[in-house]
Design a protein around this ligand. Structure first.
Ligand code: OOB
Length: 536
């Protein structure tokens, strides 16, 4: 046994303060288990139970063995505990096998999304000092091996490219597995993996999550979702995203002994077939997908009656859409307001249906500290809208290697400034009302895009809506409503009349109306406001 070197990866990591760490341990939030212990423990309890479903299903004993074999393989290549590797894999069982293998070897996965391209990958590889790039061969028209070739010459630290699928000039990922070796002892307070920030401005940032904090994240989320060993979780969103990975996602399911299925295609046609085939009980989607799935029951005839819980989060689910989900899909709806940075809010399964449809949930942990502040950073009265600040046992204390950004993104007391506008109900539930910066300043009047979008979505012809500010010489910004509609496009005059009828102030009415067939989406499938704004 060798022990994890507290090597270079710790430079630029902002740890939890020692006194708070002690409190989190004493309260039982941090248990001293590592993320891969979740697999080890479940494999001991039920070795023959199914772990990963697919064309070549794996039991827990098999997954446990495969994870060890990959860990030996990575170490045999000369990748050392504490080294960072970029992981860009699709939603397949290899994702889980590789992740557990890396964790067991004490190697730190930097979890990037399939939709990331050269600009993001090069930035993240350089920032993390990655020594390896673990990547799928291709998806659709895109060939990741070409990206890999360019990356090798651009990123000095990079030594290995391992490809899942057809390796081309590189080495096949699963072929590196070895039957024996020795594993390092891992400190549960050490970094387990790195997530990529949603990044509404600039290039993405790295979020280092420790074993202690991420085990809590996954297991406490599993408890809130009442996951058990009979649950089948479907990874619908890209598995490298915090939501399908650990809220409770793949890791929460492994912790409770359920089974995980994967799909690389979240369209109803494809995902419903997987739900039917594996009798999926739980999955997580973003709001545009929840809407699409709710509508698709009309034309898809796959039997999805096994689904008991649909988690929806990542962006605001409008109340009108929230009300459709449970009856259309015959599931319990759970709203999840989370962030890769940490804090998670869930509606509880037994919450009143009105709370489920009108709030984005309440904090996961009793030790989550929530403050709602005004523009000067002062706490404001309960129930009033302001910016959400938070700290707690699974919320980062600083982005990795980003001291200048950290000085702005955290208060001196270590609260993370989320940039989200919320109000908190007496029950603790949060209602998200947009991003601080997602406002249109029209001639000095501030208009919340979120508020306007909710009203636009209430129009029967409107399926998706986005409000953005466009530059205007007289007003500074004018209001543009981009609409995806069914049937005839309403005219600007009709939309104004409709909104006026709903009692909306005149200055908030759109100046410009645009029809679109689809709205641009981010890597995880949220509506991409940044892209809409730059489309001008
Ligand atoms: C999740 O994580 P990220 O890191 O991709 O994005 C976080 C941001 C939040 O700060 C917020 O602005 C927005 O996405 N967001 C929501 C929301 N859930 C996330 N805004 C309104 N309503 C919601 N329900 O998106 C994420 C991570 C873990 C679980 C779920 C989502």
């Amino acid at each position: 046994m060798t022990s994890t070197a507290a090597g270079t990866h710790r430079d630029g990591y902002v740890p939890f303060p020692a006194d708070l760490a002690d409190t989190y341990r004493a309260a039982g939030y941090w248990t001293g288990r590592t993320v891969d212990d979740l697999l080890r423990d479940t494999a001991r309890r039920g070795p023959e139970r199914p772990a990963l479903l697919g064309d070549r299903p794996l039991t827990y004993a098999e997954l446990d063995t495969e994870a060890d074999r990959m860990a030996y393989g990575f170490l045999a290549l000369g990748i050392a505990p504490g080294d960072r590797v970029i992981v860009q894999l699709l939603n397949t069982p290899e994702f889980a096998i590789t992740l557990f293998g890396l964790l067991r070897a004490g190697i730190i996965p930097v979890l990037t999304l399939p939709a990331h391209r050269r600009a993001e990958i090069e930035h993240l590889a350089g920032l993390s000092g990655a020594v390896a790039y673990l990547v799928a061969d291709r998806q659709g028209d895109f060939d990741y091996r070409e990206l890999a070739a360019g990356l090798l010459s651009a990123v000095g630290s990079l030594r290995h490219v391992l490809v899942s699928g057809e390796p081309g000039e590189f080495t096949e990922l699963m072929s590196i597995a070895r039957d024996s070796g020795s594993l390092p002892t891992i400190d549960p307070a050490d970094i387990a993996l790195m997530l990529v920030s949603g990044g509404t401005t600039g290039l993405p940032k790295l979020i280092a999550r420790t074993h202690d904090d991420y085990v809590y994240n996954a297991t406490a989320s599993a408890a809130v979702c009442e996951l058990g060993d009979r649950d089948i979780y479907l990874a619908t969103l890209p598995a490298a995203h915090n939501f399908p990975l650990a809220c409770p996602g793949i890791l929460g399911t492994v912790a409770t002994g359920g089974a995980v299925a994967f799909t690389t295609d979240p369209s109803p046609e494809s995902a419903f077939a997987v739900i039917e085939r594996f009798r999926v009980t739980v999955t997580a989607v973003v709001p545009p997908l929840a809407q699409l799935w709710s509508a698709a029951v009309e034309w898809e005839d796959a039997d999805i009656s096994s689904l008991r819980l649909l988690q929806v989060g990542g962006a605001k689910l409008a109340e009108v859409n929230a009300r459709e989900v449970a009856p259309a899909l015959n599931v319990t709806l759970q709203q999840v307001f989370g962030m890769a940075e940490g804090l998670l809010n869930f509606t509880r399964l037994d919450d009143d249906p009105d709370i489920i449809c009108t709030t984005q949930g309440r904090p996961l942990c009793p030790a989550d500290e929530i403050r709602v502040v005004d523009e000067d950073g002062a706490d404001i009265a309960p129930g009033v809208e302001g910016e959400l600040l938070t700290r707690g046992p699974y919320t980062l204390r600083g982005y990795y290697r980003a001291p200048e950004h950290n000085a702005r993104a955290f208060t001196p007391e270590g609260y993370y400034r989320s940039g989200d506008l919320v109000r908190q109900l007496p029950s603790g539930h949060l209602v998200v009302s947009g991003r601080i910066k997602d406002v249109i300043n029209r001639g000095g009047e501030n208009i919340s895009c979120d508020e306007l979008e909710e009203h636009l979505l209430a129009h029967p012809a409107v399926r998706h809506a986005a409000a953005v500010g466009l530059p205007d010489p007289a007003l500074g910004e004018k209001v543009c409503a981009v609409l995806v509609v069914t049937g005839d496009t309403p005219t600007l005059a009709e939309i104004k009349e409709f909104l006026t009828g709903r009692g909306l102030a005149t200055y908030k009415l759109p100046d410009v109306l645009r029809r679109a067939d689809t709205l641009p989406l981010t890597a995880v499938g949220k509506i991409d406001k940044k892209a809409l704004r730059t489309q001008g």
